[in-house]
Every structure is written in structure tokens, then in C-alpha cells.
Design a protein around this ligand. Structure first.
Ligand code: DQQ
Length: 537
């Protein structure tokens, strides 16, 4: 049977067909949201990359326009790779992007401007003759020199922006400065770099407020402002970020002391989420994050049969946690306009081994929010000291949803088949470490499909949740959409996106359940679940 047709999402961003990857140059301009993205107009594997262009007034319903940027000049004839938008003070949006200029993959930085800035949709973009704006000097590896950020203005009235790069195994954010946005000079020192992280792709550098959840425009600085640097690690397709201080005097970014500046650092998403990029949305005073959720079937045959590959995760509002120690993310509120049929559970107890089905919604295309509570922490299982060096995902692989615990595992079984031959559990497990507690959140694809393609990648994604358990509650929201489950633990402190490819839990055959597999009884205080409508796309 032709099951792969069921993998197309219902409400995530995807064009009608073909391959997509990185979100590029997201912006809000004159009442319209723009999303550009890396796109192959000729097929469903990576290649022939152009900047496809879609517009929206609500980040949910989209209209697809003609490609904004595609290879057409000497300075980009072998590729138009990722980049960002900066809206200049005269209200002209400028795209900075990476051009590939030869078969050796040599990378340069170019710019493009709207042919007519009064066109409400900014349909046509031109690439002026001053291009390329920046070529790599001899100190830079020309094939690792890409993905310019949104530029910011310093107090001296000069622009700054960074380009992702590497010096051997050291990831580097090369800093450039300009007075007029045309002539760019490399700063003596990079904005930041970190050893043994490999090539940095798609850097993102932006301010966040210490006092509120509102976003800040990219040039904002001053008291009660922290800065975030996010990088995408070429070698493994994971990202990490740090929070720190932007030392404007030396034009350097310094991560806060306790930040892990490397592989084991904080992640915006502990799952399938890459090449992400934020933008400031002045209409709602928020910073919004876009990220690419690649296919994880790694079976090109499927991509070719499907005729498409890649989706964008639901855009998220992002802000600094009051602790200052991490970011918090939540799906943009506009998503809630797609909520349709609602079902709910109230004060439902789950004893050890119990499950409850959430009936009456289209479980393959749903939004579910749940708050779990418990009366004591004393049953939490010991955290094995030998796991101390492991990633959360490794602990999840050892202690999955089927392994009985003390306080947890409890959570949701998403995209579950009739007899639970398939399911993607999203759950918590609370561990005791000395006198403290450690909360693990997993989105475990290991049983997501009975398809036995040996190449299928079914990872047990997981992250720890830095949450105060004194109220003995844990909340979870999952966005379920046929081949994707995007989850937000503890109000968005830990986020995990899984791509999954069930063979049985398809469309109306998919079920949604809540479960508890720990000795401590769990109460579902509230569970609200909605069928999700399809937006225009
Ligand atoms: N994708 C683009 C590059 C970027 C990479 C090419 C990240 O610009 O470094 O499609 O996924």
C-alpha cells in the first residue's frame, strides 16, 4: 500500500512539492510576514538551491510567490545559500545571502534589495552590481564561509554582522563592520569562537530582555539586556546556544560563566530542528523563531516517491527565562486559530500501568495541552551515576517509556496504532540525584513505526528540564501532525521535535493516549486536545 502519502503535514509550513531546508530572511514588513527558504525547484533531494518566497499575515496561512533569489549572476551562479534580512532605518529591507561562485564551492556574501519596496508583497528582488559584498580573505576557509546574520547597529552608527565559519575544528563567527552596508571590513577578532565544535552554520545573534517576555529589535542593547548566540553544527546537524554579554567596547560576545559553549550546550530543540533563525516582530513585540525539521527517514526513495522533503517547525515566540539561565519557547498564539473540535479530561488518575485514550479528535492532526500532578517526589528513581557523562537522549534510550519507573515515565502516546504496535511517546521521568531532582523529557521514535527499513532513523530524542517541582506538577504540549510531533515541556523550557513515519497509525487510524508507567500515581489535572484545521498553504 502507498502509505507515504499520509506523511504530508496538515498545518506545518510546507510548499506543494519538492525539497526544502533552512528558513531564510524571515521578517515582518508593512503588515506582511515573509518567509524565504532554501528550496530545490527540481526535486525532493537537496540541490539547485534557490530562495523560495512565501507570505502570510498570521504566520499560519501562506501564499507561495515566485522565487526571490536564484542563481543568475557570476557571484551566485553555483548556488544561493542561506542568509538574513536587515530592515534599514530608511525602511528598506536588505537581504544578505551566501553565493557559491564556482565548482569548488567557494562562498561569498551578497546582497539583494526589493525592485519595488512599495510592492506590498516584495515579489521581485534585484542583486546590484556592487556584489559580491564580501569575499573571504586568505585567513578564511572559502568553503566554510556562509550564512550572514541580520545586521545590528552599534552606538557608533556602524553596522555589524557575522558570518559562520571554522578554523580547523574551531567554530567561528566572523565579525564584519560597515558604515554604509556596502563596504564591509572584517574585524580583527571574531565576535566569538569555540574550540572543537566544527564548522558553524547559520549563526544567530540577538538581544533578549531580562525583565519581560517581549522581544527586542536586533540592535537593542543596554541595561537589562542579555545576548544569545546560536550556532548550527555542520558535523551532526545539532544546534546549541549560549546566553551571555555583548561587550560592545571590544565587539565581542562572552557567554555567561556557567554556559556550556560546545556540543553539550543548551539546545533550542533536542530533536530534529536545524538551521534555525529568529526575527523581531514589531507588530506583536516578540522575537519569533523558525527552524527546519528535516525528514529523518533518510531513505531518498521515500522522498522521491513522496515528491517532497522537509517542513518548517511551527514558528515559536522565544524569550529569556526569568532565571536568565535558558530561553523559553512557545508556539505563536496564531496557531490557536486552527483549533477546532475540543475534548478534555479533568482530574483523571493514572495508576501504575494505566492508560487513557483521548477520544473524539483527529489524533493524527492535533494540538494537546496537559498538566500532570503527583502527590510526592519520594518514588523518584535514582539517577545512575554512570549516566553523568551521557546525553539526555542516551538516558532516554536506556530508560524508555516501557521501562517501569517510580515517578514516571508518564506522558502522552502520540500517533499510536490500534493495538499499540506503533507509538511515539512523549514523556517525563523524574530522577533523584543526591538531594535534588532531575527531570528527563523524551520524545522517543524508537517504536514509531513497524516499517522495517533498516535505514530508518528512529532516535530517542530527549532533554533535561530545569524546572522547580515544588508544586508537584509538570505540563506538556504536543503538536501532532501526521509525520511530526513537536513538544514543549514545562511551558516551553525544553522542546523536542520528532519526525516519524508510522505504517499503521495513519490518518483516522491514529490514536492519542496518556499513560503512566511508574509506581507513583499521576493525576491528569487538565488535558485539552483539539483537532487542528488545515490552513491555506
Ligand atoms: N544550508 C545552506 C547553507 C547552510 C546549510 C545550503 C545549513 O547555507 O550552511 O542549503 O543547513
Amino acid at each position: 500500500t502507498n502509505i507515504i502519502k499520509y506523511y504530508r503535514t496538515g498545518y506545518h509550513f510546507q510548499p506543494p512539492k519538492h525539497w526544502i531546508n533552512d528558513p531564510n530572511g524571515p521578517m515582518y514588513y508593512n503588515g506582511v510576514y515573509h518567509l524565504f527558504y532554501q528550496y530545490n525547484p527540481k526535486g525532493s533531494v537537496w540541490g539547485n538551491i534557490v530562495w523560495a518566497h512565501s507570505v502570510s499575515t498570521d504566520l499560519i496561512n501562506w501564499v507561495h510567490l515566485d522565487h526571490a533569489i536564484y542563481p543568475s549572476k557570476e557571484f551566485d551562479q553555483y548556488g544561493t545559500w542561506s542568509g538574513s534580512v536587515t530592515i534599514l532605518p530608511n525602511n528598506i529591507p536588505v537581504i544578505l545571502y551566501t553565493g557559491i561562485i564556482d565548482v569548488n564551492n567557494t562562498q561569498v556574501q551578497n546582497y539583494a534589495i526589493p525592485a519595488d519596496a512599495s510592492d506590498p508583497l516584495l515579489r521581485e528582488w534585484i542583486k546590484p552590481d556592487e556584489n559580491p559584498l564580501i569575499v573571504a580573505d586568505n585567513s578564511i576557509n572559502k568553503t566554510r564561509f556562509r550564512d550572514p546574520t541580520t545586521a545590528w547597529l552599534g552606538r557608533d552608527g556602524h553596522w555589524r554582522m557575522v558570518v559562520g565559519s571554522a578554523r580547523r575544528h574551531r567554530g567561528v563567527a566572523i565579525l564584519y563592520r560597515s558604515r554604509d552596508f556596502l563596504k564591509w571590513t572584517k574585524a580583527q577578532h571574531p565576535l566569538h569562537s569555540s574550540s572543537k565544535t566544527g564548522n558553524w552554520e547559520c549563526p544567530d545573534f540577538f538581544p533578549v530582555s531580562l525583565n519581560h517576555t517581549n522581544g527586542l529589535d536586533t540592535s537593542v542593547d543596554g541595561e537589562n539586556v542579555k545576548h544569545v548566540l546560536k550556532v548550527s553544527l555542520d558535523d551532526t546537524r545539532f544546534e546549541y546556544y549560549t546566553i551571555g554579554t555583548y561587550d560592545t567596547k571590544n565587539d565581542r560576545y562572552i557567554p555567561d560563566r556557567k554556559m556550556i559553549d560546545g556540543w553539550k550546550g543548551l539546545r533550542l530543540d533536542y530533536g530534529n530542528f536545524y538551521a534555525s533563525k529568529t526575527f523581531y516582530d514589531p507588530s506583536k513585540n516578540r522575537r519569533v523563531l523558525w527552524g527546519w525539521a528535516n525528514e529523518s527517514d533518510v531513505v531518498p526513495k521515500d522522498a522521491i516517491k513522496k515528491g517532497w522533503a522537509g517542513i518548517q517547525a511551527i514558528p515559536r515566540k522565544l524569550w529569556l527565562d526569568p532565571s536568565g539561565k535558558q530561553l523559553v519557547q512557545w508556539p505563536v498564539e496564531e496557531l490557536e486559530t486552527l483549533r477546532n473540535k475540543k475534548v478534555e479530561l479533568r482530574n483523571h488518575k493514572l495508576n501504575k500501568g494505566e492508560i487513557v485514550e483521548v477520544e473524539g479528535i483527529t489524533a493524527a492532526q492535533a494540538d494537546v495541552e496537559v498538566t500532570f500532578s503527583f502527590s510526592s517526589l519520594k518514588n523518584a528513581e535514582e539517577f545512575d551515576p554512570s549516566w553523568a557523562h551521557l546525553y539526555a537522549k542516551d538516558v532516554c534510550a536506556i530508560r524508555g517509556s516501557a521501562v517501569q519507573g517510580g515517578l514516571g515515565p508518564f506522558g502522552l502516546l502520540t500517533l499510536a496504532s490500534e493495538n499499540l504496535e506503533e507509538y511515539t511517546p512523549v514523556f517525563f521521568r523524574v530522577f533523584k540525584v543526591k538531594n535534588k531532582y532531575k527531570v528527563l523529557m523524551c520524545s522517543d521514535a524508537s517504536r514509531s513505526s513497524v516499517r522495517n527499513n533498516p535505514k530508518m532513523y528512529k532516535p530517542s530524542f530527549a532533554g533535561f528540564v530545569d524546572v522547580d517541582l515544588s508544586d508537584k506538577k509538570l505540563s506538556l504540549r504536543s503538536l501532532i501532525d501526521h509525520s511530526v510531533v513537536e513538544s514543549f515541556g514545562a511551558g516551553g523550557k525544553t522542546c523536542i521535535t520528532s519526525r516519524v513515519y508510522p505504517a499503521l497509525a495513519l490518518f483516522s487510524d491514529a490514536r492519542l493516549l496518556a499513560f503512566n508507567n511508574g509506581t507513583e500515581t499521576i493525576t491528569i489535572e487538565t488535558l485539552n486536545a483539539w483537532s487542528m484545521n488545515k490552513p491555506d498553504r
